[in-house]
Ligand binder design. Structure first.
Ligand SMILES: [Ca+2]
Length: 151
């Protein structure tokens, strides 16, 4: 094999690996799951979530209410600005209520707007157990967050 042929073979091989990786990502993204009985788990939970996941979940917020999300279990790859794996909580106007990663015990996030939008992303390495979230609709300003603060 001359040098040119060898180079072509390497390029074709790398292209193949890249495309396989992309295909894997697309397949994995189909396994995002959905909200069941006001709860949401990461793909594969309580086993480690797959790599290359991009999941978006949307939940309508009843008029005059806020949605409160309780982190019953939460363990994502840790990074100080959550650039690898993250859970992002926003509403339909892209108003962000928080971006989370690492290990968290019970934490409550309150969302207002028309829809709660939850986004989960994982990158190509280091997978963790993921999350178990619970959703509750409460009248605005009378949620658990406030009750805890007033105690
Ligand atoms: Ca990761």
């Amino acid at each position: 094999m001359d040098k040119m042929n060898c180079f072509t073979m390497i390029v074709l091989f790398l292209l193949h690996v890249f495309m396989w990786d992309n295909k894997y990502g697309a397949l994995a993204a189909q396994g995002c799951g959905s909200l069941v009985n006001n709860s949401l788990t990461s793909p594969g939970y309580p086993n480690d979530y797959p790599r290359y996941m991009d999941c978006v979940y949307s939940l309508p917020i009843p008029y005059g209410m806020a949605i409160e999300i309780v982190f019953a279990d939460f363990d994502l790859e840790s990074h100080r600005s959550c650039r690898y794996d993250y859970l992002s909580i926003s509403n339909e106007n892209n108003q962000t209520f928080g971006v989370y990663c690492g290990h968290k015990t019970v934490q409550i996030v309150s969302i207002t707007g028309d829809d709660a939008v939850i986004t989960f992303h994982s990158d190509g390495s280091v997978q963790k157990r993921g999350f178990l979230l619970f959703f509750t609709a409460t009248p605005i300003g009378k949620g658990w967050t406030r009750e805890i603060r007033e105690r």
